[in-house]
Design a protein around this ligand. Structure first.
Ligand SMILES: Nc1ncnc2c1ncn2[C@@H]1O[C@H](COP(=O)(O)OP(=O)(O)OP(=O)(O)O)[C@@H](O)[C@H]1O
Ligand SMILES: [Mg+2]
Length: 214
């Protein structure tokens, strides 16, 4: 079930009715960080409605040429601003991850082409590459392998927090991929999938992801 979204009378804000207090908490935790690529948070109404700046534009879609560096910048900043260090047993990092990296949750402002990230109802503290892999899985489903290779390379090269990524988590890519497939089935969302491209692109993610962080 989708959340209810209403546009304010003056058209400048949107009111999102969260489905639960937990979701509301997750949204406010990120919206209140005040990051420049996240719509401005204008307060809580009642117990579960959040008022947000309205971005006039449209979602990114898998059929346009994506700006890999703007996308990577958003993940870099979200992760850096929410970073926590876990000291034991090995030093690792956790960050708030967007998790629901569906292209519908990235808006392009019509006036200037600036990208925005929205919808933090599923966000939680995880390993930062969880977000990068989740996002790449959407792109992998529909992009011709040469195009995907070049997107992956500019996206991961532009992610700036290189030192917080540890190749100790390589096996998690397989787990995240299977969670991704399970979610697509659960929500019965039709992605424009080319199975052969997806297979090749996923193999590239698995084999080359950590090369960008060594
Ligand atoms: N700040 C905003 N400015 C402009 N449009 C917005 C904004 N927030 C949400 N929207 C629009 O409303 C849609 C749904 O919002 P959101 O993703 O937050 O809720 P949702 O219930 O999780 O929806 P979905 O199930 O589609 O992901 C977005 O895809 C976008 O089109
Ligand atoms: Mg959404």
């Amino acid at each position: 079930m989708k959340s209810q979204i209403d546009v304010s009378n003056n058209g400048n804000s949107i009111l999102k009715t969260c489905r639960s207090h937990e979701e509301c908490f997750r949204e406010i935790r990120v919206y209140s960080l005040g990051l420049d690529f996240i719509p401005k948070y204008r307060g809580l109404q009642g117990t579960n409605k959040i008022l947000l700046e309205r971005i006039i534009g449209k979602s990114i879609s898998l059929s346009i040429v994506l700006d890999a560096s703007q996308l990577a910048r958003m993940f870099s900043i979200l992760h850096l601003k929410t970073l926590i260090k876990i000291a034991s047993p090995h030093q690792t990092y956790r960050t708030i991850c967007h998790i629901d990296t569906n292209p519908k949750n990235y808006l392009i402002r019509a006036a200037d082409g600036k990208y925005f990230m929205i919808d933090f109802s599923e966000s939680y503290y995880s390993i930062p590459e969880h977000d990068l892999v989740n996002f790449l899985l959407f792109i992998a489903a529909s992009h011709q392998p040469d195009k995907f290779k070049s997107f992956l390379s500019s996206f991961l090269s532009s992610y700036t927090n290189k030192k917080i990524i540890s190749n100790r988590h390589k096996t998690l890519i397989i787990k995240w991929t299977s969670i991704f497939d399970h979610r697509r089935e659960k929500f019965r969302k039709s992605l424009n999938i080319n199975r052969e491209w997806q297979y090749l692109n996923r193999r590239l993610i698995l084999n080359s992801f950590y090369d960008f962080f060594s």
